[in-house]
Write a protein that binds this ligand. Structure first.
Ligand code: ATP
Length: 358
């Protein structure tokens, strides 16, 4: 057991963020003693409410403090009363870029055939991980508009890929594939967007260093189709920031909806951030019906990342057991259970597992 307690930063955020974060922490509190791990939570107040009340946004100096932590957990950000993007840029984008979290990792796993909108698909058909590049592409913000508001208006956004950014993402994906079913699919649109050919060239160049991993490359339109018609063909998908953004929401839909999906923003070996993939869901905020499954799964990813595999696996198995048995019928607002009830059920399942490990 590690001598020092882990130091985990927590940003509950807006809307349903604080509700699902409470449940993720409840489950962490159940798993930690079983796995013999100690931790300390450092809570940060960054949210739209704080911005509206006091005009305070997360200062960039907070990054220095984050670098001393073992990991960060984020609930959700965004509030219809604040201009779209303000709070997300101040917190999420600042952390992603400031800590150089160049991998966005999104597992897509189906726990029960009843959860997916796809026909004739079994849980064993859907088990993939999307590795999305997280710092480049159109998200670098290069571009602008000319002759705004006139019939001659021009709007431009540059898609940026660096050899360094592409290579480190591909290497991470190769290593991940080597630890799974050893199949890596590169998804791009290199036929129409010539700049994306850098991905194919780099893949071909470094592939010989990973002889155990089989690779293929696919255009994003075909990948979207196959995710729906034949998801079993995917193990690890590696893709650009923009395509990853879109494909991972499709992945979430396939696994049963936004409420159940989790992600990690990683800089392997350094402090990284974990979050459910859903937003603040203003339509259901305060109603107590948000599913905490995505947040709890993000906590499991966090634990796995910091090396607490036992705690991570227990949480993963508990979530899987509750969803596959139907005791938690869905990971959306229509499960008939409250946010708190689902969190408590997962925590209880973890404790029971510990009491009877077989
Ligand atoms: P963002 O741009 O921040 O991702 P968004 O409005 O596109 O925000 P969400 O806030 O994630 O996306 O909400 C999209 C839909 O999914 C909403 O109808 C919301 O109620 C639903 N939803 C999101 N998260 C959950 C959850 N944890 N449980 C139940 N329903 C959810």
């Amino acid at each position: 057991m590690r001598e020092q307690p882990y130091r985990i930063g927590v940003i509950p955020g807006d809307g349903i963020g604080p509700d699902v974060t409470s449940e993720a922490l409840k489950v962490l509190a159940a798993a930690a003693p079983v796995a013999g791990m100690r931790y300390e939570l450092i809570e940060y107040p960054w949210s739209s409410a704080l911005y509206l009340d006091d005009g305070v946004l997360m200062p960039e100096t907070a990054l220095e403090e984050y670098r001393t932590l073992d990991a960060l957990f984020l609930g959700a950000l965004g509030d219809p009363r604040v201009e779209r993007g303000v709070i997300e840029r101040a917190v999420l984008m600042t952390i992603r870029l400031g800590l150089d979290l160049y991998i966005n990792l999104r597992p897509v796993q189906l726990y029960s055939a009843t959860l997916t909108p796809l026909k004739n698909v079994e849980p064993s058909d859907v088990d993939m991980v999307v590795v999305r590049e997280n710092t480049e592409d159109v998200y670098v913000g290069l571009g602008g508009t000319m002759r705004r508001g006139t019939p001659d208006e021009i709007a431009v956004a540059e898609m940026v890929f660096t050899r360094r950014g592409v290579e480190r993402t591909l290497r991470y994906a190769f290593e991940l594939a080597a630890s799974r079913r050893r199949h890596l699919t590169l998804v791009d649109k290199a036929n129409a967007i010539r700049a994306q050919e850098i991905w194919r060239r780099t893949l071909e160049e470094i592939a010989p260093e990973y002889p155990g991993v089989e690779t293929d490359a696919m255009y994003v339109d075909a990948a979207a189709m196959f995710m729906v018609t034949d998801p079993s063909r995917f193990d690890v998908i590696v893709t650009t920031n923009l395509f990853g953004d879109i494909l991972t929401d499709l992945g979430a839909a396939i696994q049963g909806g936004l409420g159940g999906a989790a992600s990690g923003n990683l800089h392997p070996g350094q402090v990284s951030l974990f979050e459910p993939i859903h937003g603040s869901a203003p339509d259901i905020a305060g109603k107590g019906v948000a599913s905490p499954v995505g947040a709890v799964s993000a906590m499991s990813m966090l634990l796995d990342y910091i090396g607490e595999r036992e705690a991570a696996d227990m949480i993963g198995i508990a979530v899987k057991e509750l969803l596959s048995s139907g005791r938690v019928p869905s990971a959306d607002a229509r499960s008939g259970l409250t946010t708190e009830q689902v969190g408590t059920m997962i925590a209880d399942e973890v404790r029971q597992m510990a009491a009877s490990p077989d």
